[in-house]
Structures are given as structure tokens and as C-alpha cells.
Design a protein around this ligand. Structure first.
Ligand code: NAD
Length: 299
């Protein structure tokens, strides 16, 4: 069975690597955080002490890192992994980064005789655990086809959006919309509660009405409306405010290079920026934007 090197075992990468190991692949795992490596071992992966150790004898490299800086740090430059991988190795970067950085990585990989796709995901940590992520990919069609078997283990839906970087463009469009409907959902739920409605009943009503959307139905931001979502656990885990702010920054940068109008996204970014002023809020799940709308007790 194919051997995979997996980099970045956080909220998303941890369960993705675990699913590959469960499916029978040999997964050599590396993360800068030693706790993540302990968990990876419990999940059936082989914990590695260095990136170099992880890539020994691999056919495919998968990364799920927090930023473009981390991705470029891992792969590019004189000490970068691309230079050390055997020809034809398939590189699948699932991190959300700019389309420009994804193109840079793709070009460098091709120059080293490797195959590469950008394959950012949607679905959140629950989908990462369940193996039902949606992959939006950019790059050569043959490399996309070669990645299919692995992507199918980690998620049921895979799309080829176009050339290198196209997966990242699709991803930031999606997350721009996600930020808009999450903030809108939080605003509407709070209005209902302030007017005396029960958030759970209001949710049921809007789920059957024209206000229905993913944030309301699958990731409800109002505590007490739903189980197994971050709002049920004090907004811990999930997709951090810091990562949402990164994605909204990427979306705004992308919009400026195509002179696209994105006022709704700009407003959502502004709200997340205000919410994320405290370091503590930055680490909360992005549905904690609900707290921006909640009245202080007694007011
Ligand atoms: P996370 O912060 O939980 O995990 C990132 C992991 O990468 C950490 O464990 C960190 O130690 C590790 N890391 C950083 N640099 C490294 C390096 N050079 N080598 C090895 N490991 C390194 O983040 P996450 O929530 O898992 O998100 C990862 C990516 O997935 C981000 O790009 C994010 O935007 C994207 N994403 C997240 C979600 C979500 O719901 N959390 C959903 C879709 C996409």
C-alpha cells in the first residue's frame, strides 16, 4: 500500500491523517507540536521527529498547515522538501493559502519533476473526522486524477476547479460567503432572542424557511440550539477566528487584484477583526461571532 507523509496534524490534519491510516495507508506524520504527534500515533500514524524522516520512501506528501508562510517554509528554498523528494512524487497541499502562493508551489514542484495540486477543503472538523470533506482542487488534470483515491478516503466530494491556484480561489469564495452567512445568522438569532423568542425554536422556523443556510442548519452559533458544534462547548475547537480572519484577508486581497466589489465580505471581515481584538477570542471557533451580538447580562 502507498506510503504517505502527512504534515500538520491540527484540528483538521489530525483526523484526515487518522482516516488515511484507518484505510490501511502507511502514514508518516510530522507536526511541530509534540502533543499532536502523540495523538497521531494513537490514531495509527507513524510519528516522525523531522520532516526529512517523514518523507523517507513516500509516494505522496500531504500538508494541512495554517498559512502560506508555513507552506512555503516547508516546501520551498534550499532546505525545502521539494528538493528532497523523488521525481513523480505527488504533492497535495490542503492548506488554505493564497492562489499566488499555490501557483508558486506548483511551479517549483514541476521544476523538481514532481506532481502537485492545491486541494483546500470545506466541511470543518466534523467532516474531517467523518471523512466527508469537500475538496476543491487546482492543478494539472492528471495530478488531480492521481490524487483521487486518497481524497476519497478523506472526503466524499472532489472538484477540479481549474489550473494551479484555482482550488484556492474557490475556497476563498466559499469562505467569504461562509463569513457573511455566519455573521448574518448570529445577527438574526440575536434579534429573535432579544424580542423574546427561543433560539432553538427560531432556528427550527428559519430552517424550514427562506433564511435557511449552512451556519444555521449545521453549525448553529447560538448556544443550546445544537449538539456537537462549537457553540455547545464554549466555542472551543473548530475553525478559529484567527483562521477565518486569514481567509477573509486572502479574499480581500484577491478581490483587489481583480477589482471585484466585495462590500459584504469587507463588513464581515470588519466584524471578525473587532471580535478578534482579544487574543483569547482569536482562538475561539468562528461561530463565537455570536458574542459580538449578545447583550451583556442585565442590559
Ligand atoms: P491548526 O492550527 O489546528 O493546525 C495546524 C497544525 O500545523 C498545527 O498542529 C501546527 O503545529 C502545525 N504546523 C505548523 N507549521 C508546521 C510545519 N512547518 N510542519 C509541521 N506542522 C506544522 O489549524 P487547522 O484548523 O487544522 O487548519 C489547517 C488548515 O486548514 C488552515 O489552512 C485552515 O485555514 C484550513 N481549514 C480549516 C478548517 C477548520 O474548520 N479548522 C476548515 C477548512 C480549512
Amino acid at each position: 500500500m502507498e506510503k504517505i507523509a502527512f504534515f500538520g496534524l491540527g484540528n483538521m490534519g489530525g483526523p484526515m491523517a487518522a482516516n488515511l491510516a484507518k484505510a490501511g495507508y502507511t502514514v508518516a506524520a510530522f507536526d511541530l507540536n509534540s502533543d499532536a504527534l502523540v495523538q497521531a500515533q494513537q490514531d495509527g500514524c507513524i510519528p516522525c521527529e523531522s520532516a526529512q524522516q517523514a518523507i523517507e520512501g513516500v509516494d505522496t506528501v500531504i500538508s494541512m498547515l495554517p498559512s502560506g508562510k508555513a507552506v512555503k517554509g516547508l516546501y520551498l528554498g534550499g532546505e525545502g522538501l521539494l528538493q528532497q523528494l523523488p521525481a513523480e512524487t505527488l504533492v497535495i497541499d490542503c492548506s488554505t493559502i493564497s492562489a499566488e502562493d499555490a501557483c508558486l508551489l506548483s511551479e517549483a514542484a514541476v521544476a523538481c519533476g514532481l506532481r502537485a495540486i492545491d486541494a483546500p477543503v470545506s466541511g470543518g472538523t466534523a467532516a474531517a473526522q467523518a471523512g466527508t470533506l469537500c475538496f476543491m482542487c487546482g492543478g494539472d488534470a492528471a495530478a488531480f486524477d492521481a490524487a483521487q483515491a486518497l481524497l476519497q478516503v478523506m472526503g466524499g466530494k472532489t472538484f477540479h476547479a481549474g489550473a494551479a491556484g484555482a482550488g484556492q480561489v474557490a475556497k476563498i469564495c466559499n469562505n467569504l460567503l461562509l463569513a457573511i452567512h455566519m455573521t448574518g445568522t448570529a445577527e438574526a438569532l440575536q434579534l429573535g432572542v432579544d424580542k423574546g423568542l427561543d433560539a432553538k425554536i427560531l432556528t427550527e422556523i428559519m430552517r424550514e424557511s427562506s433564511g435557511n443556510n449552512w451556519s444555521l442548519a449545521n453549525y448553529n452559533p447560538y448556544p443550546g440550539t445544537m449538539e456537537n458544534v462549537p457553540s455547545a462547548t464554549g466555542y472551543s475547537g473548530g475553525f478559529s477566528v484567527a483562521l477565518m480572519l486569514k481567509d477573509l484577508g486572502l479574499a480581500m486581497d484577491a478581490a483587489s487584484t481583480s477589482a471585484s466589489s466585495t462590500p459584504m465580505g469587507a463588513l464581515a471581515k470588519n466584524l471578525y477583526q473587532l471580535h478578534g481584538t482579544s487574543e483569547q477570542n482569536q482562538q475561539l471557533d468562528f461561530s463565537s461571532i455570536q458574542n459580538m451580538f449578545r447583550r451583556p447580562a442585565g442590559s
